[in-house]
Design a protein around this ligand. Sequence first.
Ligand SMILES: Nc1ncnc2c1ncn2[C@@H]1O[C@H](COP(=O)(O)OP(=O)(O)OP(=O)(O)O)[C@@H](O)[C@H]1O
Ligand SMILES: [Mg+2]
Length: 260
Amino acid sequence: MPAIEASQLTRVFDQKTAVDHLDLAVDEGEFFGFLGPNGAGKSTTIKMLVGLLRPTSGQARIAGLDIWQEPLKAKQLIGVLPEGLNLYERLTAREYVRFVGAMYGLPDREAARRTDELLDILDLENDADKMVVDFSQGMRKKTALAAAIMHTPRVLFLDEPFEGVDAISGRAIRNVLQRLRERGTTIFFSSHIMEVVERLCTRIAVITQGRLVAQGTMAELRALAQTGESGTLEDVFLRTVGATDEQILEETQRGLSWLE
Ligand SMILES: Nc1ncnc2c1ncn2[C@@H]1O[C@H](COP(=O)(O)OP(=O)(O)OP(=O)(O)O)[C@@H](O)[C@H]1O
Ligand SMILES: [Mg+2]
C-alpha cells in the first residue's frame, strides 16, 4: 500500500483548473521531490493531500486512509509544513512547538525535550522565547518545520522547506530530513532548488499546468527527457516543462523593449 496516493485528484478555482486529474503514488520510505513552474499546482496538490483544501473531485489517501473520509486517523500519521505558515503569532517559538507536541498527545516532558532539541539544531535557541510575530521569514519557516516533525510523523509533507532559509539552516534541515528518512518517514516536498532535489530524492515528479508530465528516478527522468547521462535535473526540468535556454533568452530579450 502506498504511503501517499492521489487518484484523479482535481481542483478547480472559478474557471481555472489548478490540478487536473492527478494520479500519484509514493511508496513508504521514499524521499519524493515535487517540481513545477510557479503556478503549476504544487501547493494546491499538497493542500489537498493533507486535508487543508477540499478537492473538486478525486481522492487523496495516506497509508490507505482517505484524508477526507477519515481525517482524524489520517492526520495523525502526517506532518505538514504548509505554504503561507499561519502560525500562532502571539506565542513564543518554544510555546508554539510545545503546544503542537501537546496537540499530538506527547507528554509534557517529552514535548519540552524535543522542542529544546529541535530549536537548538535549527539555530533558534537564542530566539526561542521571542514571539513568533517578531520573527523573520526564515525563522518562521524553521519554527514551522520543528512543529511539523515534533511527533515523528510517518509521512511528512513540506511545501518549499528550503526557500528563504540560510545555508547553515538549509544544511541542518537536510540532515534532519535524512535522519527522519532513516527512521522510516516518507517525505514529500516541493522545491525550486534543483540541486537539493537532485541530491536528496529517490523519486521526482514534475507538474505543469496542473498535469503530471514526468515522474521517476533521476535516471528514468534523464531517459525520458533525453538529456544524456550527464543531464542535470535542471536540464530535465526545462525539457519536461517545454522550455529551452534559447527560448528563455529570446523571450527576455525581445520582451523588454525599454531595456534596448
Ligand atoms: N485560493 C485560490 N483561488 C484562486 N486560484 C488559486 C488559489 N490558489 C491557487 N490558485 C491558482 O491555482 C494555480 C496553482 O497554484 P499553486 O499555488 O498550487 O501553484 P504552485 O505550483 O505552488 O506555484 P509556486 O511555485 O509559485 O508556489 C495558480 O494558477 C493559482 O493562481
Ligand atoms: Mg506553491
